[in-house]
Write a protein of this length. Structure first.
Length: 170
């Protein structure tokens, strides 16, 4: 299963990069809107918190251990958080910058512009997809490695179980 481990590392690096881009661009917008009401900036604060959590967990789970695959529930949860952030940001733009995936007038020169918001939305969506694929990969790997191996012979063959991570030896 070396392929799954390599894919897991690639996904963690992508999750880390996408979260860092969202945190940087969104943090720049939050910095530029100092003095605004927290309620007006709630979507962006939520997105910044999700990006921070994603950076933390992506760094911690980047190390290639087989235990990194058992975090698929947390990966799925983070994927849901990213999809919520994506929806909130798309709703916040509400067509004010044109169609959300229209990249025709994309520019790097403006700060806090439509292109910056569209980049945050796009990277939030990409991050959500990466976390979802990581959760599916973890679920697949865990299910594959926790199966009970039976034989069809009449001899009493041993049954192998992988010990759950939350059960102690006591």
């Amino acid at each position: 299963m070396a392929l799954a481990e390599i894919l897991s590392i690639i996904l963690r690096l992508a999750e880390l990069a996408f979260a860092a881009v969202v945190a940087g661009l969104n943090g720049d917008f939050l910095h530029a809107s100092r003095g605004a009401s927290s309620w007006d900036l709630a979507r962006h604060i939520y997105t910044e918190v999700v990006a921070g959590l994603s950076i933390l967990f992506a760094i911690v789970w980047l190390f290639p251990f087989s235990g990194s695959f058992i975090h698929y529930p947390a990966d799925f949860f983070l994927s849901i958080l990213w999809f919520i952030a994506f929806g909130l940001l798309v709703d916040w733009l509400n067509g004010s910058c044109g169609y959300i995936f229209d990249w025709g007038e994309f520019s790097f020169r403006d700060t806090a512009s439509c292109s910056q918001f569209k980049a945050v939305v796009a990277f939030a969506f990409l991050s959500a997809i990466c976390w979802l694929v990581s959760a599916i990969l973890g679920l697949y790997w865990t299910r594959r490695h926790t199966r009970t191996h039976h034989t069809t012979t009449t001899t009493a063959a041993p049954t192998y179980h992988r010990r759950r991570w939350y059960r102690s030896r006591v």
